[in-house]
Design a protein. Structure first.
Length: 206
């Protein structure tokens, strides 16, 4: 990873080797929001902050990006028509003091919602995660709990390997499963009741 940091006199320090860089970085579990924001403003890697720990995300595959592109193209007209906005990763979402995630897709139903900042968002109405091979429990369990705790109204888990889309709706601070949608079924969602999309249209995207 190639990084530089502002020197106290205003100039830029030379880029450091990994051992030199490691001496400047916080210890595992001690990362603050300020440390994380500094790290992610100049790096080609996708990383998240999980309660003081830095987590590196797997590089997206072509199938992952095809599904994400299809989701964005399908959802954007509906959300914009409601006066909202929708974006895709990388865009940081702050969930707690020392917790940032990079959802594959995130949306607000009101484009003027103050939670939607330029550097990072402080909340969302909808987030979507596309499950990466070998990391399914992170999306199904860890992020499910975190997004619910942050008050995000709806969370979709798209699992390409299982050909499944799970729509979760927030009820009394916890997610309840609204529906599990497979190829041949039409997706429904409490947040966007006008949505009429076949699950296969998303899951088969390339």
């Amino acid at each position: 990873m190639s990084l530089a940091r502002n020197h106290p006199n205003g100039s830029w320090q030379p880029r450091l080797d990994r051992r030199g860089l490691a001496r400047l970085l916080p210890a595992p579990g001690r990362w603050s929001a300020t440390d994380y924001l500094w790290l992610t403003q100049d790096t080609s890697r996708l990383v998240e902050l999980a309660d003081g720990w830095i987590e590196e995300l797997p590089m997206p595959t072509q199938r992952h990006q095809g599904i994400l592109a299809q989701l964005f193209l399908l959802l954007r007209p509906l959300i914009v028509a409601r006066g909202g906005k929708v974006y895709f990763a990388p865009l940081r979402l702050r969930l707690a003091e020392r917790r940032f995630r990079e959802p594959d897709l995130l949306a607000l139903l009101d484009a003027d919602d103050p939670r939607g900042g330029n550097d990072y968002w402080k909340g969302a109405d909808l987030v979507v995660e596309i499950v990466s091979p070998g990391n399914a429990d992170h999306d199904r369990l860890t992020k499910r709990a975190e997004y619910a705790e942050a008050g995000i109204q709806e969370y979709w888990i798209v699992d390409p390997d299982d050909d499944l889309i799970v729509v979760l709706s927030l009820v009394a601070g916890a997610y309840r499963e609204h529906g599990r949608f497979e190829p041949g079924q039409i997706i429904s969602t409490p947040l966007l009741p006008e949505l009429q999309v076949a699950a296969s249209e998303i899951l088969s995207a390339r």
